[in-house]
Design a protein around this ligand. Structure first.
Ligand code: PMP
Length: 490
């Protein structure tokens, strides 16, 4: 049993001693004390199905035994020495990672996070090409460090800092984008930016293949192939940010960029690479890597023995447990079930994604695609009450992001879809009644003789008994809506 401080004590201390920019999910923040594969436990011992994996990070499952073992065994021998000495773990891990890459992507730099990986990618692209101009997509997230904030194109994350020489091109978003699914039209916008906004030469182009923070937006088909050609003709290198899409998560491929049939010049990784260890990597060609050889590029912890041993164990687990195939199978089942649900609930505007990287975009009307911001916030709270943790994202916070540990099963997927179905159905009733509440409960009851049930009775009788969401949670959620409508985390 847990003997630590209560959720409130933890929260108070965090508020007092940690920076005010910290963001938390849920009105009553969840205090997680333990994790086991696809489950998390709070301090009362309540179990939650984790469909967000600590933001797509716990790729193989919480405290996966093989990975724990590798970390523990290495920790007992040597935790840290840094690359000024030799240690086999970093080379073993780099070799295994390079073996997963296509083409001539064979040189690895290890860092500690995704932001650092993208910083380093830019640090190579600029001197290598002799140009400063970078291109990234609107709605992209590539980090929160002072340079990567420039690549990130969502106002919620941008502090007033120099944003670098960065062009944000039209997002090839098949659902909301002006050109629908026509990848070539969006690619033309990249050419226009180069022609009108630069000297004609660029340093590079960076994109995720499925935008994570942006709300699981898959790029229009054919987009990357055309853009890579355009960028290379303008002297630039092509960078794939695989921080969220890598390591088999998309099911059909090991790397996200393979879904668009391209081979990048630089690939950046983090999150799932370490199953929770602070680890990131940049993989590139020997030629591009050599541009940093003119100075020293040093990173104290990058590829330290414990992280390298853990990272290697992650690669082995993904192969041994056939996680890529598993993601394809469970993901297609999940997506199909969500598409069926979409037929019954107008609020579901779009279901998209690949494998276990799925987005559900909620809209108040399907024609104008008005983001169902408040409704998403309420449903998000309800799912938590039902024991399911999902992510939330998109500029308007109206997209559920489903990116569980890759051990997530079909049964888990079914539970998630059933819970969402139940929450949407019960919320529709609550929302309707809540409006009537505003008009005055008495008046409603007088006017509608056949509906003589009270607000509470109506909700409880019209929802399945299987899961009993306390009504207070739903109504409270409506009352504190302003609190829920804050920007989202990465
Ligand atoms: N790239 C992508 C696609 C990301 O989603 C994130 C984090 N959300 C980053 C880069 C930055 O990673 P980190 O938070 O580890 O710096």
């Amino acid at each position: 049993p847990y003997n630590g401080p209560s959720a409130d004590e933890v929260f108070q201390k965090r508020k007092k001693f940690l920076g005010p920019s910290l963001f938390h999910f849920y009105q009553k923040p969840l205090n997680i004390v333990e994790g086991k594969m696809q489950y998390l436990f709070d301090e009362t011992g309540r179990r939650y199905l984790d469909a967000f994996a600590g933001i797509v990070t716990v790729s193989c499952g919480h405290c996966h035994p093989d990975i724990l073992n590798a970390i523990n065994e290495q920790s007992k021998l040597l935790q840290h020495a840094t690359t000024i000495y030799l240690h086999h773990a970093i080379g073993d891990f780099a070799e295994a990672l390079a073996a997963k890459m296509p083409g001539n992507l064979k040189v690895v730099y290890f860092v500690n996070s995704g932001s650092e990986a993208n910083e380093l990618a830019m640090m190579m692209a600029r001197p290598y090409t002799g140009s400063l101009e970078m291109i990234s997509l609107r709605n992209a997230y590539h980090g929160g460090s002072s340079n990567t904030i420039g690549l990130t194109a969502l106002n919620t994350w941008k502090y007033p800092l120099p944003q670098g020489e960065i062009h944000h091109v039209v997002n090839p978003d098949p659902y909301r984008g002006v050109f629908g699914s026509d990848g070539s039209m969006y690619a033309k916008d990249v050419q226009d930016h180069i022609d009108y906004g630069t000297s004609g030469k660029v340093a590079g182009f960076i994109a995720e293949t499925i935008q994570g923070v942006g709300g699981a937006v898959e790029l229009a088909p054919g987009y990357l192939k055309s853009v890579y050609d355009i960028v290379r003709k303008a002297g630039g290198v092509c960078i794939a940010d695989e921080v969220q899409t890598g390591f088999g998560r998309t099911g059909s491929h090991y790397w996200g960029f393979q879904t668009q049939d391209v081979v990048p010049d630089i690939v950046t990784m983090a999150k799932g690479i370490g199953n929770g260890l602070p680890l990131g990597a940049v993989v590139t060609t020997p030629e591009i890597a050599s541009v940093l050889a003119t100075k020293i590029q040093f990173n104290t912890f990058g590829g330290n023995p414990v992280c390298s041993a853990g990272g290697l164990a992650v690669l082995n687990v993904i192969d041994k447990e056939r996680r890529q195939t598993h993601c394809a199978e469970v993901g297609s089942h999940l997506i199909q079930r969500l598409k069926d649900l979409q037929k019954r609930h107008d609020i579901i505007g779009d279901v998209r994604g690949r494998g276990l990287m799925v987005g559900i975009e909620l809209v108040t009307d399907r024609k104008d695609k008005t983001p169902a911001k408040a409704e998403t916030a309420v449903l998000f709270e309800q799912l938590r009450e039902l024991g399911i943790l999902v992510g939330k994202g998109g500029l308007h916070g109206n997209v559920f992001r489903i990116k569980p540990p890759m051990c997530f099963t079909k049964d888990d997927a079914d539970f998630l879809v059933d819970a969402l179905d139940y929450s949407i159905s019960s919320s529709a009733i609550v929302a309707k009644l809540y409006k009537k509440e505003e008009a005055g409960r008495k008046k409603v009851m007088e006017e509608e003789e056949d509906e003589d049930d009270t607000f509470e009775d109506a909700v409880c009788s019209k929802t399945p008994a299987r899961v009993n969401t306390p009504l207070s949670v739903i109504t409270e959620a409506f009352e504190n809506l302003a609190d829920l409508l804050k920007p989202d985390i990465s």
